[in-house]
Design a protein around this ligand. Structure first.
Ligand SMILES: Cc1ncc(COP(=O)(O)O)c(C=O)c1O
Length: 645
């Protein structure tokens, strides 16, 4: 019998070949500003031990004393083998520190997030999560079974749009306070205001803020954090009202079914918390050092994000470049590993530099010197290879949101051809592109839009998904009702997220026009909002299009959607008076740019997935969409035609 676990070796080989296999560095020293890796003492710039307490003698003594007094392990879940004064007194101190009524300990921050989210929301509920939240929040959202709506990073307006579009029994908004890979801070005041106004619960993850920044205001009813970072120990906790904490003690499975954190960890965290209050200069020093280091690295030419706390992300781009920079730094005596996808989005690999209170001026000067010597050597401009197409020329809204929602002024306007053309131009511009047709209708007549997008867009089948295929050529909600289906927007969101994980841009083709219903509670505009995507409006060029396009753009804007532009489809080779004057008029009426014109193409057949042999969509779409469409030239040319007609 072959070993049923033999697949592990194969998968590990694959990870190794893709450069994605992880190997932790082997340390032979405690945590600190300097560590010993394979016999070499190096400067460490990657620990979350922000206040330099993990190896502080006072924490070590507290841990040792608790072990001697209480033993090495907690024995079982506190609900089973009882709780100690040690645990309760840390919980009370944490509650005071966060300005809340009570707090509950977990064995880690990860378990605190997973257990709390799943205890607060379930199948009938919805959870709204910032797109850059920590993995433990993402896992908690998934495990809860609630509908998950991902809103744009640190964007209260987008959160508001999502809350307005999605109703549920209970609604929970979750956000990191300081984002672990970006180092920036959520606008908690505005987020709390939106939640308060729209009646949603708000949970903040203070993992990278505790000990450094003031606790969140009362608008956040649920404050989660960890003992494992600034507090120098390990474990997690949630602080809030007495009722919330009591609910978690009864219903958070990662509390109920998990052995309590051990006495040593609890006592060390209590000492860490005492030092946070007694020595506020530690936090001040870290915050100032992080800002100084960011300035210094910025002036060396690195792309550095401004730090809100102790995390200074140095953006590199490709994973291999980040790995190479990290290797050069290690050579220069500085330990800071590369962070690559899937931990961060594709094309944004980085070094996540962190500063701690244990770093001296001398350490930081050494860090800057090492970064100066590790800078990539730039070749003279004449020999620098030009990228095939500049990914940076792509509309930043597409890069940021990870896709585009292609909608239309109505059905049959040519969305599928535009979606395929877009998939093709984005791929050609160097973006890993995927396609999603959330709901295919009219299958009885052989409609297969995704098939055409795949063929004409040149996408691999693995990056094309159509979660629902309905027989009747009707609005999705109507066709679904007739066929006994219930469309679950969660399934569409899950398909989108799975495509997005492996790609830079997902081209989503809606069904019909913008206000066509997906189900009883959501229309295409709501779906685009739930996916946090900007929209591209496809319109026909002839008589009637002015009113239809203006209505569509107005509805999209009113629903808070970002309209990238209008694409005219099936533009005739010989335009009549309407076609010649409509492009300019559409721009004037809607204030939205014409970002593409697709001509009638011989040999192109959506129904049969046929594409002419030398198919090139680049002349049809604007540079922001990966093409070469010359908007000004086109408008000049058609207006001349208009004068001639
Ligand atoms: C934002 C955030 N939340 C939660 C956690 C999990 O905390 P812990 O390491 O205590 O499990 C981490 C880091 O690990 C984090 O960065």
């Amino acid at each position: 019998m072959p070993d049923p676990l033999s697949w592990c070796a194969g998968e590990l080989d694959r990870l190794e070949r893709q450069g994605l296999r992880r190997h932790p560095a082997s340390l032979s020293s405690p945590q600190g500003p300097e560590v010993v890796i394979e016999g070499k003492r190096v400067l460490q710039l990657c620990s979350n031990d922000y206040l330099g307490l993990a190896a502080d003698p006072r924490l070590r003594e507290a841990a040792a004393g608790a072990s001697l007094r209480w033993g090495a392990g907690a024995g079982a879940s506190r609900l089973v083998s009882g709780t100690t004064d040690l645990h309760r007194s840390l919980e009370r101190a944490l509650a005071r520190h966060k300005g809340r009524e009570d707090a509950v300990l977990f064995s880690s921050g990860y378990l605190a997030n997973v257990g709390t989210i799943a205890a607060l929301v379930g199948k009938e509920d919805a959870v709204f999560s910032d797109e850059l939240n920590h993995a433990s929040i993402i896992d908690g959202c998934r495990l809860s079974g609630a509908r998950v709506v991902v809103y744009r990073h640190a964007d209260p307006a987008d959160l508001q749009r999502c809350l307005a579009a999605v109703g549920a029994r209970r609604r929970l908004v979750v956000t990191d306070t300081v984002f672990s890979m970006e180092g920036d801070r959520a606008p908690l005041g505005e987020i709390a205001e939106v939640c308060g106004r729209l009646g949603a619960m708000l949970m903040v993850d203070d993992a990278h803020a505790t000990g450094l920044l003031a606790p969140a205001g009362p608008g956040a009813g649920i404050v989660m954090s960890t003992l494992s970072k600034a507090l120098g120990s390990s474990g997690g906790f949630v602080a809030g009202s007495g009722d919330l904490v009591e609910w978690l003690r009864n219903r958070a499975r990662t509390y109920v079914f998990d052995t309590a954190p051990g006495p040593a960890a609890v006592a060390a965290a209590a000492e860490g918390l005492r030092i946070v209050a007694a020595e506020p200069e530690r936090a001040r020093r870290v915050l100032a050092a992080a800002r100084d280091l960011a300035d210094s690295l910025g002036s060396l030419g690195y792309t550095v994000r401004a730090p809100a706390a102790a995390i200074v992300p140095v953006l590199v781009g490709e994973g291999s470049e980040a790995m190479a920079l990290s290797a050069r730094l290690l050579e220069a005596g500085v330990f800071v590993p590369a962070i690559r996808p899937p931990s961060v989005p594709h094309g944004t690999a980085r070094l996540r530099v962190t500063v701690t209170a244990a770093h001296t001026e001398e350490h930081l000067a050494r860090a800057v010197d090492a970064f100066a010597s590790a800078r990539p050597t730039t070749r003279p401009a004449s020999v620098r290879p030009r990228p095939a197409r500049s990914r940076s020329g792509i509309d930043p809204r597409i890069r940021r949101s990870g896709g585009v929602f292609v909608t239309g002024t109505g059905t049959g306007v040519g969305k599928t051809v535009v979606a395929a053309a877009l998939a093709r131009t984005l791929s050609a511009a160097g973006l890993v592109t995927a396609a999603l047709k959330p709901i295919q209708t009219g299958a009885v007549e052989g409609a297969d839009d995704l098939g055409f997008i795949r063929v004409a867009g040149g996408l691999p089948a693995a990056r094309c998904l159509a979660p629902y295929t309905l027989e009747q050529p009707l609005a999705p909600s109507v066709a679904a009702r007739m066929e006994g289906w219930q469309i679950d927007p969660d399934r569409i969101l899950a398909a989108f997220r799975s495509l997005r994980r492996g790609s830079d841009a997902v081209v989503v083709e809606g069904s019909g026009g913008l206000l066509v219903p997906v189900d009883e509670s959501m229309d295409m505009a709501g779906l685009a909002a739930a996916l946090s995507l900007p929209v591209l409006v496809v319109a026909h060029p002839g008589l009637g299009t002015l009113n239809e396009t203006a209505l569509t753009v107005e509805a999209a804007t009113r629903r808070g959607l970002d309209v990238i532009g209008v694409v005219l489809s099936r533009f005739p080779a010989v335009p009549g008076l309407a076609e010649a004057t409509n492009p300019g008029e559409i721009e004037r009426m809607t204030g939205v740019a014409l970002v593409g014109v697709v001509p009638e193409v011989r040999g192109l057949d959506v129904d049969r997935s046929e594409v002419p042999p030398a198919f090139d969509a680049a002349p049809w779409l604007a540079p922001g969409l990966g093409g070469r469409f010359d908007r000004a030239g086109f408008l000049r040319a058609v207006s001349r035609t208009g004068e001639l007609v």
